[in-house]
Write a protein that binds this ligand. Structure first.
Ligand code: KIV
Length: 261
């Protein structure tokens, strides 16, 4: 039987109590590594704006950027589910716009799309067209200016609104939902209240699964945030390699006879 992860697999994993492992990737070599490591879901996130393109926020990311990265990641995956982010401005105008953008992502090679915020009507229509949709609540980076920064959401009064919002996303037909930067106790309540998979980032250990940004777990980001962990220090390793290469070329030690024809 095929081991390929599909949107319905996530509900089965949730129901079986098997944690769902999600990780972002933006290119072919990272996709190959994530798949070999048996990551279940690979997200081509609009975090590409921060960690690859060098922007302060995800707002400048264009739909065409995500399509480009989806095509590259697609070629590296054989098992993981490929979810593609709808970037800011590609679904906010109308349900029709959300449909058209989702179709473009699917034609680029996505298996599902993800969008941030309260867009129940759009989710319903996209699902109706046969495209699995993932929601995203709590701190939603495309609304960073409304939040006044990357801040924990749902403390105190805000909790009920996030629960209600999560339920409406499930009711609209989403197969999963990302819970970002919310207290662990709130993510436990949402996970209990929903029947679909909850995927946390900065949401504690009580979700059906976890998502992290590639550069954050590989130590390619400048600093580890509280909700992330460096599993290796790739930046340091790459810096040392680049310095050694620079030194060798400057000294005339590389290329040597063994590298020459
Ligand atoms: O864009 C992204 O990487 C995301 C995850 C952080 C959930 O949306």
């Amino acid at each position: 039987m095929s081991d390929k992860i599909t949107a319905p697999s996530l509900k089965r994993m949730r129901d079986a109590g098997e944690k769902i492992v999600c990780l972002t990737a933006y290119d072919y070599p990272s996709a190959l590594i994530a798949d070999e490591a048996r990551v279940d879901v690979v997200l081509v996130g609009d975090s590409v704006g921060n960690v690859v393109q060098g922007y302060e926020t995800t707002i400048p990311v264009e739909l065409e950027d995500i399509c480009y990265h989806v095509r590259n990641v697609r070629r590296g995956l054989s098992r993981a589910l490929l979810v593609a982010d709808l970037p800011f401005g590609s679904y906010n105008v109308s349900t029709e716009q959300a449909m058209e953008s989702s179709i473009r992502l699917m034609k680029a090679g996505a298996d599902a799309v993800k969008l941030e915020g309260d867009y129940g009507d759009a989710i319903r229509e996209i699902v109706k067209a046969g495209i699995p949709v993932m929601g995203h609540v709590g701190f939603t980076p495309q609304s960073i200016h409304n939040f006044g920064g990357a801040k924990v959401q749902g403390r105190g009064d805000g909790a009920e609104a996030i629960i209600a919002h999560s339920k409406s996303i499930e009711a609209a037909g989403a197969f999963g939902i990302v819970l970002e930067l919310i207290p662990s106790e709130l993510s436990a309540r949402i996970t209990e209240a929903l029947t679909i998979a909850t995927i946390g980032i900065g949401a504690g250990p009580n979700c059906s699964g976890e998502i992290q940004v590639w550069h954050d777990i590989m130590g390619l980001s400048r600093k580890a945030h509280k909700h992330t962990k460096f599993y290796t220090n790739a930046r340091e390793a790459m810096l040392q390699a680049a310095k050694s290469y620079t030194g060798d070329v400057k000294k005339g030690d590389f290329p040597g006879p063994e590298n020459s024809f």
